[in-house]
Design a protein around this ligand. Structure first.
Ligand code: FE2
Ligand code: FE2
Length: 177
């Protein structure tokens, strides 16, 4: 038997997703203060996506009749050495979340919890996309670090991460997107 139940581990992940959401607000605020509105918008939107991930997990726990724990919010970084550092941090964060998602997937398998395994599948796909998205943005800001307006142009032109609705996405607690 695993030491931690899937429900406990998913509750921890809810905390991680809310923390990621708050950290992305922190990054967005940094770029907004630097008058880099496209980078700011990109991270405000990512913050909403992380919140949605948390709310999907909340809905799942409600659906399977497990206790839901809503975590405290700790304060997040809003000052950075330069315009590249926040994206580096975001990429590290997405990679770490990927590992956390794999661990949850494994736990679901270990417990032979088929509905949990099925629920986690969407997040496996999502993390592939998010790591790739952040890696692309890092490549761009590193190339444009002397003049981040070039990164602003890139975001305006390419709309990275701007996606339509995904019919395979798990439902959110409280409804919404
Ligand atoms: Fe997430
Ligand atoms: Fe993410």
């Amino acid at each position: 038997m695993a030491e931690k139940s899937f429900a406990d581990a998913l509750n921890e992940q809810i905390s991680n997703e809310f923390a990621a959401s708050q950290q992305y607000v922190g990054i967005a605020v940094y770029y907004d203060a630097e008058t880099l509105p496209r980078l700011a918008h990109f991270f405000y939107r990512q913050a909403l996506e992380e919140r949605e991930h948390a709310m999907m997990m909340v809905q799942y726990l409600l659906d399977v009749d497990e206790r839901v724990h809503i975590p405290d919010i700790k304060s997040q970084e809003t000052s950075f050495a330069d315009g590249v550092a926040p994206v580096k941090m975001a990429l590290e964060q997405e990679k770490r979340v990927g590992e956390e998602i794999f661990a949850l997937f494994e736990l679901a398998r270990e417990e032979k919890d088929y509905r949990a395994e099925q629920f986690m599948q969407w997040f496996v796909k999502e993390q592939v996309e998010e790591v790739a998205l952040m890696q692309d943005l890092l490549n761009v800001v590193e190339r444009a670090k002397e003049n981040l307006l070039l990164a602003e142009d890139y975001i305006a032109r390419e709309n990275p991460g701007e996606e339509g609705s995904d019919p395979t996405a798990p439902p959110l607690a409280g409804g919404g997107a």
